[in-house]
Design a protein around this ligand. Structure first.
Ligand code: PLP
Length: 456
């Protein structure tokens, strides 16, 4: 057996990785040809790779390291819990202290009467829970046919069969025979790409009203729930026009449709408040959580459920659960993460100081010749790349994805940004400082200049 360590030459690590590790969302041939970037350490907002490069992580990993890297307190909380009770399940009427404490904390933090948590190991699992939960809820109320869930095109709700079906990513549906039955997708509120001649406000209203049209078409007695992220993240940080969410809320209220806010990205400070639902005035019956719940230090997700839904569900045995639902170590890490986010005022500061500073700098990128619009909600932002701002044109597919070129240039400039088609996105750790924001903008501008030159 080879002893594999951080000290091995990068090429050797890459060769071993390509030989035996199948990566998510990665083209295997490209991986073999180029090798993966090997990340060895991280602190704050900075990653270090196996060649010693220091990289500003403007994506907080996968939108999750809200607290920043390298907080010893979380490692210590995990070690303490592992020594005391490394595992016990929460099935069959058993429980343990970390899961009790985390649930109480989440009930305090979550808005309204979202007071009950069903745990999962990830956001995907939590959304799978939601599919079964809302359908079981209506069946319990004597309406077993009320089982259609309405979601949106280009939404991302996870990678499991259920959650990818909820998602609206065509490329994902094409692999593995998705979606599962009784999931219906309406259009997204992406004004830049799809708004045509409408103002953003008119467009937001029109896109929200597609929900009402879908309910009427499918039948009020068939629709169980609507699911949406307050701000679509992996779809390209699509910040909805102001008119969008109030209209969605009105429609859900009018037809008695359960509203699921997928807060996997937006939760725990990302939009400048604890939850995106608070930023956008949404009153969900269920919230999906994961990522920032533990800042990615331990895999944990869940569904926070309102009193009424919990009451109906409590009247039956919900035949659902995961071995790691409410895993004690993950719960202890999440609790410690929430304690630090709150006690150090990280969420408050992100909203009141960091977000306004980032917004001002980020929106300045719109002056770049390649950038059509720059949108930001708290600490998640996107820019749309375009060959012609006036007409909001898209790059031709055979020009290569402008976003991909830009992402490569970012990487070369020691900045991690992601691209979704020709949208470039950021979601840095909430602890990012103003000088680090300046570095982020400088490096992004250098990458945009290089991409612009390559596209001429
Ligand atoms: N929901 C949203 C909004 C997400 O962005 C993600 C992941 O990016 C998920 C669900 C799935 O979470 P996980 O990757 O933890 O399964």
């Amino acid at each position: 057996m080879t002893l594999i360590t951080n000290h091995m030459p990068t090429a050797e690590l890459q060769a071993l990785d390509a030989a035996h590790h199948m990566h998510p969302f990665t083209n295997g041939d490209e991986l073999n040809a180029k090798g993966a970037r090997v990340i060895t350490r991280a602190k704050g907002v900075t990653l270090t790779d196996s060649d010693g490069n220091e990289i500003l992580d403007a994506m907080a990993g996968l939108w999750c390291v809200n607290l920043g890297y390298g907080r010893d307190e979380l490692a210590e909380a995990a070690a303490r819990q592992m020594k005391e009770l490394p595992y016990y399940n929460t099935f069959f009427q058993t429980t343990h202290v970390p899961v009790i404490a985390l649930s109480e904390r989440l009930a305090q933090l979550a808005p309204g009467d979202l007071n009950h948590v069903f745990y999962a190991g990830s956001g995907s699992e939590a959304n799978d829970t939601n599919i079964r939960l809302v359908r079981t809820y209506w069946a319990q109320k004597g309406k077993p046919d009320k089982n259609i869930i309405i979601s949106r095109k280009n939404a991302y709700h996870g990678s499991s069969v259920g959650s990818a079906s909820l998602g609206g990513m065509q490329g994902m549906h094409a692999q593995g025979g998705l979606p599962i039955p009784d999931i219906h997708h309406i259009n997204q509120p992406n004004w830049w790409a799809e708004g045509g001649d409408m103002t953003p406000e008119e467009f937001g209203l029109a896109r929200a009203q597609e929900l009402e049209e879908a309910i009427l078409e499918l039948g009020e007695d068939r629709v169980a729930a609507f699911i949406g992220e307050p701000v679509q993240g992996a779809g390209g940080v699509i910040v909805p026009p102001e008119t969008y969410w109030p209209e969605i809320q009105r429609i859900c209220d009018k037809y008695g449709i359960l509203l699921i806010a997928d807060e996997v990205i937006c939760g725990f400070g990302r939009t400048g408040q604890w939850f995106g639902s608070q930023t956008y005035g949404i009153r969900p019956h269920i919230m999906t959580i994961a990522k920032g719940l533990s800042s990615g230090y331990a895999p944990i997700g869940g569904s926070i459920v309102c009193d009424e839904v919990a009451e109906v569900m409590n009247a039956c045995e919900f035949a659902h659960g995961y071995t790691y639902s409410g895993h004690p170590v993950a719960c202890a890490v999440a609790l410690e993460n929430l304690r630090i986010l709150e006690e150090e005022g990280i969420v408050d500061r992100a909203g009141s100081e960091t977000a306004p500073y980032l917004k001002q700098k980020w929106e300045g990128l719109v002056d770049h010749p390649l950038v059509g619009e720059a949108k930001i909600a708290g600490l998640m932002g996107s820019i749309a790349l375009t060959p012609d701002k006036a007409t909001r044109a898209q790059f031709a597919a055979d020009a290569g994805t402008a976003g991909l070129i830009c992402r490569e240039e970012c990487f070369a400039n020691n900045l991690v940004m992601r691209h979704v088609g020709d949208r470039m996105v950021i979601s840095p750790p909430l602890v990012i400082t103003k000088p680090e924001i300046d570095t982020l903008i400088d490096r992004a501008t250098t990458a945009l200049d290089a991409a612009h030159a390559r596209l001429q």
